[in-house]
Ligand binder design. Structure first.
Ligand code: MUC
Ligand code: MG
Length: 374
């Protein structure tokens, strides 16, 4: 028998990139984005690439770029070095037995192993995952400049360029009446040419959300993402029973088991899938399967990853039977620089799924070196 192909080494880089404009969420305003890029070298010479990225340091989730890097270097790498690189089930079982939580770091590792396996087999990651049922995924854009007029201009440009026709508005940080007026003005300007959704990022109380959901429905908004604290599952279930427009669970889902509990409790008829929240492109499909079985609609979410994490998500989402609420895989478009030789292809409102082996990407070493933190 030939010698097994093993995992030989890990390399992690923190990469700081500028954004095209400030991006305002309820809990944090981004003035740049920090990616954690990972390379796993295997004994057959194949290098798998992964990404683990969050938003706003520790403002959004329990892992920061620095903790992701240190935990991959200190804990994930020693667990996996020397293991069979071709057996993802065994490798990730080892991770799950040795490491709690850390789904963002786990996602980067699972992504890199999938990229390596795809390159080894000569198959794109979507095909390693069983095969794509769509060649591209439609991509929403988030209007979050903080200014109504600027947001309307930005949406008009996106429609003209046929890049986006679903828009997500980030509200919740300010006064509720002003937030709703901002949303209503944007929906009125865009009319039937575009759909408008809102993401509250957990900022509202149940009392505020009850009346706001009615006013948002009147304004023509089609869904409300994570209005209440991720801990307030009972409140979400009550709100869901009364809201005239559907709710979407986002931050409430922090693991595959979470998604089962949330489905049982009926907190929302739509789930935002994110590879980072559930621990990778394979793990996110387990959450999708739970949602599908419970009759919950799917949305392909993002942690505003760069091109590597975005394409990893796209490969996974391309395999889903239904993706009724489309995706928001626009992370690379928020950055002024791409760290790939060839940037992901956005065309006709869609992100196209690469057809070459692995994730179907090549890192631009010069640009990576320029933006990597020293
Ligand atoms: C989130 O909460 O959904 C996704 C798009 C965006 O603008 O922010 C992220 C995070
Ligand atoms: Mg969200």
């Amino acid at each position: 028998m030939s010698a097994p192909i093993t995992i030989q080494s890990f390399e992690t880089l923190i990469v700081d990139l500028p954004t095209i404009r400030p991006h305002k969420l309820a809990m944090h305003t981004m003035h740049g984005q920090t990616l954690v890029i990972l390379r796993i070298r295997c004994s057959d010479g194949i290098v798998g690439i992964g990404e683990a990225t969050t938003i706003g340091g520790l403002a959004y989730a329990g892992e920061s770029p620095e903790s992701i890097k240190i935990n991959i270097d200190t804990w994930f790498a020693p667990l996996l070095i020397g293991q069979d690189a071709t057996n993802l089930n065994a490798a990730m079982q080892r991770v799950d037995r040795g490491i709690r939580g850390n789904t963002f770091a786990r996602s980067g590792v699972e992504t890199a192993l999938l990229d390596a396996q795809g390159k080894r087999l000569g198959l794109p990651v979507a095909e390693v995952l069983g095969g794509r049922v769509r060649d591209g995924v439609e991509v929403a854009w988030t209007l979050a400049s903080g200014d109504t007029g600027r947001d309307i201009d930005e949406a008009e440009q996106m429609l003209d360029r046929r890049r986006h026709r679903h828009f997500k508005l980030k509200i919740g940080a300010g006064d509720v009446a002003r937030d709703i007026a901002h949303v209503a003005a944007i929906k009125k300007a865009l009319g039937e040419r575009a759909s408008v959704r809102v993401d509250i990022n957990q900022a509202w109380s149940e009392a505020v959300a009850i009346s706001a959901s009615r006013r948002l429905a009147e304004a023509g908004v089609e869904l409300i993402e994570q209005p209440l604290s991720r801990f307030d599952r009972a409140g979400m279930a009550r709100l869901n029973a009364h809201s005239p427009i559907p709710l979407m669970a986002d931050e409430a889902i922090e693991s595959v088991p979470d998604s089962f509990a949330l489905a049982q409790l009926g907190v929302a008829p739509i789930f935002a899938l994110k590879i980072a929240k559930t621990g990778g492109p394979r793990a996110v499909l387990r959450t999708a399967a739970i949602a599908e079985a419970a009759g919950i609609g799917l949305y392909g979410g993002t942690m505003l990853e760069g091109s590597v994490g975005t394409l990893a998500s796209a490969h996974a989402f391309a395999t889903l039977d239904k993706l009724e609420w489309h995706t928001e895989l626009f992370g690379p478009l928020l950055l002024t620089e791409d760290i790939l030789v060839e940037a992901p292809l956005y065309r006709d409102f869609q992100l196209m799924i690469p057809t070459t082996p692995g994730l179907g990407l090549e890192l631009d070493e010069q640009r990576l070196a320029r933006f990597a933190r020293r």
